[in-house]
Design a protein around this ligand. Structure first.
Ligand SMILES: C[S@@+](CC[C@H](N)C(=O)[O-])C[C@H]1O[C@@H](n2cnc3c(N)ncnc32)[C@H](O)[C@@H]1O
Length: 214
């Protein structure tokens, strides 16, 4: 792993891992759980869940031969490992970062990124790695909150330093769909939505799939 991932975890990162499931509990119940199920249940073959966190996607995989859950944070990995027993398909945890995936080219039929491209330190390098490890006819699945427009985007720029500290590196101001296209993916079936209207700075969310562009 890179020094970023292998180094000591800050208190903020440890706190974030400890509180993550509790912070998200209401959202998971109201909308995120349903969406996770829809996005990952039918993914077959070898599936990579990148930045798997505490394992929120794990219970929803149904068709995968194996899920490889990559997670650099040791604190997150503790929760993730504890959740392996609840998976319906064989799953394993790997300590690594998205910018340097320890897998051969074209190793996966599908790569899942949920709420992770906002956090990785180097999204372009991470997307290049996803492109490398995904089969040419494979599917990338994403659920991300992304940059808004106009004044809200300016407010997101101002909020970013604070959120990066308190939410373990989260950037609310990333244009992830543009980054996907720049990395050679063709996003499809993109759904944009604002699940929590009273948090306009962590919105919109986008969910969909992307294929390596021809
Ligand atoms: C907001 S959490 C999302 C967790 C999970 N995917 C979910 O949907 O709940 C972001 C995750 O990305 C992980 N992460 C941070 N830097 C990363 C990197 N360079 N490569 C892969 N994952 C990373 C964090 O440790 C954290 O678990």
């Amino acid at each position: 792993m890179t020094p970023h991932a292998a180094g000591r975890q800050s208190r903020a990162e440890l706190r974030f891992a400890a509180w993550y499931d509790r912070i998200n509990a209401v959202a998971e119940q109201r909308w995120a759980g349903r969406l996770r199920r829809r996005l990952v249940a039918d993914l077959g073959g070898q599936v990579l869940d990148l930045g798997a966190g505490t394992g929120a996607n794990l219970p929803y995989f149904r068709a995968a031969s194996t899920v490889t859950a990559v997670e650099p944070s040791a604190a997150m990995r503790e929760h993730l490992t504890a959740r392996l027993g609840g998976a319906q398909v064989p799953a394993q945890v790997v300590a690594a970062v998205g910018e340097e995936l320890p897998f051969p080219a074209a190793a996966f039929d599908a790569v899942v990124c949920t709420l992770v491209l906002c956090t990785v330190p180097d999204p372009a390098r991470t997307l290049a790695e996803i492109h490398r490890v995904l089969k040419p006819d494979g599917t990338m699945v994403f659920l991300e909150h992304v940059r808004a427009r106009g004044l809200v985007a300016c407010a997101q720029d101002m909020l970013t330093p604070l959120l990066r500290h308190f939410a373990a590196g989260c950037h609310p101001n990333r244009d992830t769909l543009a980054a996907l296209r720049a990395a050679g993916f063709a996003p499809r079936d993109v759904e944009a939505f604002k699940p929590v209207p009273r948090f306009p700075l962590i919105a919109p969310f986008v969910a969909g799939t992307a294929r390596p562009a021809g």
